[in-house]
Design a protein around this ligand. Sequence first.
Ligand code: Z5A
Length: 217
Amino acid sequence: MPARGAFVVLEGLDRCGKTTQLSLLRSSLSSSSPPTPVKALNFPDRTTPIGTMINSYLKTAADMSDNAIHLLFSSNRWEAAPALLETLREGTTVVCDRYAFSGVAFTAAKNNGTCGYDWCKGPDVGLPRPDLVLFLTVSESVQEKRGDYGGERYETRELQRSVRGVFDRLRADDEGERPWKVVDADRSVEEVARDIEEAVREVEERVRGENPPIAKL
Ligand code: Z5A
């Protein structure tokens, strides 16, 4: 049986460059010698029936209570979890754009009284836990200059500030439990990619060497 693959998550505020970096990372891992088997995922996965409802909500075509949309975002991860586990067990590394941390950060940031920080964490308990969370930080001024900012429901300065605060809390709470690496994403695409690749190769090597069981959130 091969050693399992590593599970790496890219998190961050809007326009920090996760999508750009995920694509570069996938190419560099799969074209290395020998190639690293790699699969890219992203959440929300807007291609499933649940993802379609999430997409309508984000595009403001549909409205929903904060609690209901939070549970849909989590369900969207749960529907992907069996395939994710199988992929890791087959020895393929999974790199993922957003995960449960975004789930907590964006809902808890709304401060609406019924979706507190602890409530937000509940639905994701038991999902596969990443071996590494890469947290891409981006300053407000840089974020707002990047393409298409402001087109979806959560792309307002006020909410993004609040999201920033919840991400900081998540990172502090998780320290020691699972490693988070903070990457300064205000820099050029190439500089950011270099740091990300180095961190991913390190965790990849460790996971392949130690073959630890897949932990749970
Ligand atoms: N959400 C939630 O509420 N609950 C959940 O459980 C989950 C998500 C999973 C949609 O997410 C929303 O869903 C998101 C959180 C919420 N809402 N907000 N806000 P999404 O992942 O589908 O979409 P997104 O978060 O809006 O994508 P993004 O963050 O805006 O983009 P990105 O992937 O981080 O960036 P990018 O597409 O790679 O780059 C953006 C632009 O900047 C593009 O023009 C690039 O060419 C440029 N770019 C990228 N990097 C650089 C550098 N280094 N320099 C210069 N320019 C750059």
